[in-house]
Design a protein around this ligand. Structure first.
Ligand SMILES: [Zn+2]
Length: 75
């Protein structure tokens, strides 16, 4: 004679409520975006273009309206 017993188990999983890794990644994206739009005056392109990048200001001109909307002074 066989007895079949069934039981259920509950597993409570506790963890951090804040996704620290996601927040860190988003903070890095935000910091790079802020640098890209607000402070880069040819610094990124100067890596490959040289000193001319500080005169051409491609990123500045590309994001000009966004810079004004964000409150960065430029002219
Ligand atoms: Zn402007």
């Amino acid at each position: 004679m066989f007895y079949v017993s069934s039981s259920t188990r509950q597993i409570a999983k506790t963890g951090s409520k804040f996704p620290v890794l996601a927040i860190a990644v988003l903070a890095l994206v935000f910091a790079f975006g802020l640098f890209f739009v607000g402070y880069d005056q040819g610094h990124l392109f100067s890596i490959v273009q040289g000193a001319e990048a500080f005169d051409d200001l491609y990123i500045h001109e590309l994001t000009h309206d966004m810079r004004h909307a964000a409150g960065f002074p430029c002219h």
